[in-house]
Design a protein around this ligand. Structure first.
Ligand code: ATP
Ligand code: ZN
Length: 287
């Protein structure tokens, strides 16, 4: 690849970043494959950022079509109305950076008959197709979809980021989930689920949940910033970042896994991680 910095070289800005010495291994980004599940207000913007950063491969999942009602968010254009979000996103992203390998799956990941396919696509989602994706970014907006991603990632031992924006559109979060290392989505269920409230009853007919491109753009930025740090191993990746627009408040915390988690694979990885950490300790004390 021509690495010269010039106006018509799409990698100029990446090379410039590398030359600045900010992130010395930045061009390694081309080796990585990321799955983005949910191409709404957060996912579509996160996918665009990853493509502009020069990610190697993106696998896009969504079950919806572009509507005019989505125009209060970023990314989609009115003329894409009626197209599947997967198709519309793929077209836009390929035009922005044709060097990124982009695969799309228009499917509802919570449908039982789609489960095996979802597992298979993630399991063979690396750049060369011989191993799993390097990371999954969850940008869905409901519990069932999140718990499905949690189940698959616990099954395959995949690291993933969960993200979301609150119903009032003024706060959001990004959470790193490494099976066995940090709490999974089932370890600490959302308050809503713990209190036995049916999520669908919160959405009243004809009343749209609030939505702001600002909050969603910020959460997408935090998600991709941490994705870059995780993949390229620079800086510190927070386990949980919370953001509140009311007071411009950012909080971070670490949530440990729950040894009574209902997900058997999570419990399995917790034991494996404990053993791995023990072995590492013994190894360093011997050295
Ligand atoms: P609204 O809910 O206000 O109509 P939206 O559905 O676009 O908007 P967002 O939060 O912006 O909501 O985006 C969430 C995205 O996640 C949507 O594009 C939606 O289609 C996708 N999504 C949610 N559940 C699933 C699922 N089970 N399988 C695949 N994609 C999903
Ligand atoms: Zn768990």
């Amino acid at each position: 690849m021509n690495e010269e910095i010039s106006a018509d070289n799409p990698y100029s800005r990446l090379v410039a970043l590398k030359k600045l010495g900010v992130v010395k291994n930045f061009d390694e980004i081309r080796k990585y494959s990321v799955a983005v599940v949910g191409l709404g207000g957060i996912g579509s913007v996160a996918a665009e950022m990853l493509v502009r950063c020069g990610i190697g491969k993106l696998i896009l999942f969504d079950c919806d079509t572009v509507e005019l009602a989505n125009m209060n968010r970023l990314f989609y254009k009115p003329e894409q109305r009626g197209k599947t979000k997967v198709q519309a996103a793929k077209e836009t992203l390929e035009a922005i950076n044709p060097d990124v390998l982009i695969q799309g799956r228009h499917m509802d990941i919570t449908v039982v008959s789609n489960y095996d396919n979802f597992v298979q696509v993630l399991q063979s989602g690396s750049l060369d197709g011989h191993s799993a994706v390097d990371l999954v970014c969850s940008c869905v907006d409901n519990y069932n979809a999140r718990i499905t991603i949690n189940m698959v990632c616990n099954e395959l031992r995949l690291t993933w980021f969960e993200s979301g924006v609150s119903e009032d559109a003024l706060s959001g979060h990004v959470q790193l989930i490494v099976p066995g290392v940090f709490a999974c989505y089932s370890c600490v269920p959302p308050l809503l689920v713990a209190s036995g409230i049916d999520e669908s009853t919160l959405k009243r007919d004809g009343v749209c949940a609030a939505s702001l491109p600002t909050t969603m753009g910020l959460i997408a930025g935090l998600l991709v910033q941490n994705t870059l740090k995780y993949l390229l191993q620079f800086g510190q990746v927070s386990n949980y970042i919370g953001y509140s627009a009311w007071t411009d408040y950012f909080s971070t915390m670490t949530v440990k896994p729950n040894d009574s988690c209902p997900d058997a694979n999570c419990l399995h990885w917790q034991k494996v991680v404990q053993m791995e950490q023990q072995n590492k300790k013994e190894q360093t004390s011997q050295d």
